[in-house]
Design a protein around this ligand. Structure first.
Ligand SMILES: NC(=O)c1ccc[n+]([C@@H]2O[C@H](COP(=O)([O-])OP(=O)(O)OC[C@H]3O[C@@H](n4cnc5c(N)ncnc54)[C@H](O)[C@@H]3O)[C@@H](O)[C@H]2O)c1
Length: 427
């Protein structure tokens, strides 16, 4: 598991690195040209938008979406949350049950800001109600949910953008374009450093706030006593509702790793994950510290780890690149400063993740992070969690999307869903 090569290479790389505070001039020029050629005509009428899940992220994406359409409905199973959103985004009706929102003919677009265990159920119901969707990441709670969702997006011909917004960040795209075009030689190792999850608890049962429908909030998840820690925002550190840090941040950085590899619609062939610390009994249930190693068919080693500076490091035979939300670093200046040749592979261009979604709603072109890409990126994270939970290395077939010769692992590609909230019920 431990790879001394990766550690020493990274140290050496950072000692000689060029830190780019701004994007190189040649790339800015390329972006300006791309912006011109992809600029969409403004829509004649503004679509009606409903936000389902009005927490922290929901409110942010609703604000972004309000530039492109009219928010007409807010929905949350906790009226304090929809009320808080209504204070910020004026003039729309509030709902508790998302199925009522989906009945509205004037709602064209669903923004899905629910916790992970609700993403797929809301998305499936929205697809079959004829809505286009901007759904938060991680797109799914399980691998089987993703397979099902992809199938139904195709069947219904709806547009679905996954909220992995790093795809629309020029720094990440440049790093991926350089890697794809061989600028660092043969890719050897990619490290996605995603930081530690919190380790807290024990938590004890509390009274359910009167404004919250706790049973509805839990939906398909197993019934549990309410504690505030299980609910808003910190739900992501409980296995019942999410996959912890690995899905929370892995959905961003593993997505970038697969983009650079050209494996966005595929995946690794082996996975070996190790939880590095026991969690507190009756506390958060997803690992705070971990290390997961993935092998791809082209022999690339991808490591997703809670250690190190948050960002993605690409190590190749002829140089290295580190990219994060604030930095782009290369081991030799020319890696960044030399323009890519004419005819180089260019990746999908988007400088505004929400804008790209609305442009695609209009044009019916696939968005930059469509359902399959969102599902495959989430799958990388789920594979790591399954390996950690089973405590062994697993062999994955990315074509068939199943583990090879491991019925126990395959059984973990789905989870039991508490009635009446099973996926088949939603379609
Ligand atoms: N793209 C990003 O950078 C980014 C950042 C933060 C969060 N997220 C994602 O956004 C999602 C929400 O995260 P958050 O931090 O906003 O959580 P949150 O707990 O603050 O908000 C979730 C809201 O959904 C509501 N909800 C739960 N079940 C519902 C249902 N069936 N119908 C309607 N509302 C329901 C909850 O009551 C809550 O108000 C998560 O999947 C998270 O991973 C993405």
């Amino acid at each position: 598991m431990n790879s001394p090569f990766v550690r020493t290479s990274r140290r050496r790389f950072l000692q000689t690195a060029l830190v780019a505070s701004a994007l190189p001039a040649w790339y800015l020029e390329q972006l300006r040209a791309e912006e011109k050629s992809t600029a969409s005509k403004s829509a004649n009428s503004k679509p009606g938008i409903a936000l389902i899940g009005c927490g922290g992220r929901g409110q942010i994406i609703a604000k972004q979406a309000s530039e492109f359409g009219n928010i007409v409905a807010l929905c949350d199973v906790d009226s304090r949350q929809s009320e808080a959103a209504a204070q910020k985004l004026s003039g729309m009706e509030q709902y508790k049950d998302f199925r009522k929102v989906l009945e509205r003919k004037d709602v064209d677009i669903i923004l899905n800001g629910t916790p992970d265990h609700w993403h797929t159920l809301v998305n499936l119901a929205a697809l079959h109600a004829g809505k286009d969707i901007y759904s938060e990441k991680p797109l799914t709670l399980t691998i089987d949910e993703g397979k099902m969702l992809v199938k139904h997006v195709k069947q219904t011909k709806r547009i679905l953008q996954t909220g992995s917004q790093q795809k629309s960040d020029a720094r990440f795209r440049l790093a991926c374009e350089l890697v794809r075009n061989g600028r660092i030689g043969k890719v050897l190792t990619i490290t996605a450093a995603i930081g530690e999850g919190p380790k807290e608890g024990p938590f004890t049962a509390e009274a359910v706030p009167s404004e919250l429908d706790w049973d509805f909030w839990q939906g398909p998840a197993p019934k549990a006593d309410y504690t505030a820690a299980r609910c808003h925002k910190t739900f992501r550190w409980f296995w019942e509702y999410s996959g912890g840090r690995l899905t929370d941040w892995g959905a961003h950085h593993n997505d970038i790793a697969q983009w650079a590899l050209g494996a966005e619609r595929s995946g690794p062939i082996t996975v070996e994950g190790v939880q590095l610390e026991e969690m507190i009994p009756d506390g958060f249930t997803t690992p705070s510290k971990f290390r997961v190693e993935y092998k791809y068919a082209n022999d690339v080693l991808m490591i997703c780890t809670s250690e190190g500076e948050n960002g993605v490091t690409f190590i190749g035979s002829e140089g290295s690149i580190f990219v994060s939300r604030s930095q782009l670093i290369a081991s030799r200046p020319e890696i960044l400063t030399e323009p890519l040749p004419a005819g180089a592979t260019k990746l999908y261009y988007s400088d505004n993740h929400m804008g790209n979604f609305f442009a695609c709603v209009q044009s019916r072109r696939q968005p930059i992070c469509d359902a399959e890409i969102g599902h495959r990126s989430a799958t990388v994270c789920h594979l790591g969690n399954i390996s950690m939970r089973l405590g062994r290395k697993l062999v994955w077939n990315p074509l068939k999307e199943e583990f090879i010769g491991d019925s126990e692992a395959n059984a973990m590609c789905s989870r039991p869903q508490r009635r009446p909230w099973d996926s088949t019920h939603m379609i």
